[in-house]
Design a protein around this ligand. Structure first.
Ligand SMILES: [Zn+2]
Ligand SMILES: [Zn+2]
Length: 146
């Protein structure tokens, strides 16, 4: 298992992450001091930012908020908000879906995290800029509404 944790990032994925660079946030707001991935607890990710702000997301939010092109397109078609869960299937024979959690979390350079989810999905690159822009704290949620 010498390859464990190592995953190469395609040019497409790098471009996808770079697209978020246009979001204007001060450098301190998008530079993490501490990143805690609570993988064994199955809870989520916490980031302490250099500007003193703290953010936290649970894994379900992160999975539903996957920023990859496919998920973005899916959200655009269905009108689902970033991080909002897909409607539960009405099909009684639908397979039981385990709650989302990552099998692997890999840093991408110095600017992002990549998750390999337990449903097999792994194309999303969660850049610091993206994560900060979707901070779930009350203050940020309020600010985004204005
Ligand atoms: Zn995705
Ligand atoms: Zn916040």
């Amino acid at each position: 298992m010498s390859h464990e944790g190592i995953r190469f990032v395609s040019a497409e994925e790098a471009a996808q992450a770079a697209a978020h660079e246009n979001d204007r946030l001060p450098a301190d707001a998008v530079t993490p001091l501490k990143v805690r991935v609570k993988k064994s607890e199955g809870s989520g990710v916490e980031i302490d930012w250099r500007d003193g702000h703290k953010s936290a997301w649970d894994f379900r939010w992160l999975r539903d908020g996957c920023p990859c092109a496919t998920c973005n397109a899916e959200r655009e078609t269905t009108g689902r908000l970033t991080g909002e869960s897909k409607p539960k299937s009405q099909d009684p024979f639908a397979q039981y879906q385990a709650p989302p959690r990552p099998d692997e979390v890999t840093p991408v350079g110095k600017y992002a995290l990549s998750f390999k989810w337990n449903d097999g999905h792994q194309s999303g690159i969660y850049s610091w800029t993206y994560l900060r822009s979707v901070c779930q704290c009350a203050a940020c949620q309020l600010q985004r509404k204005n």
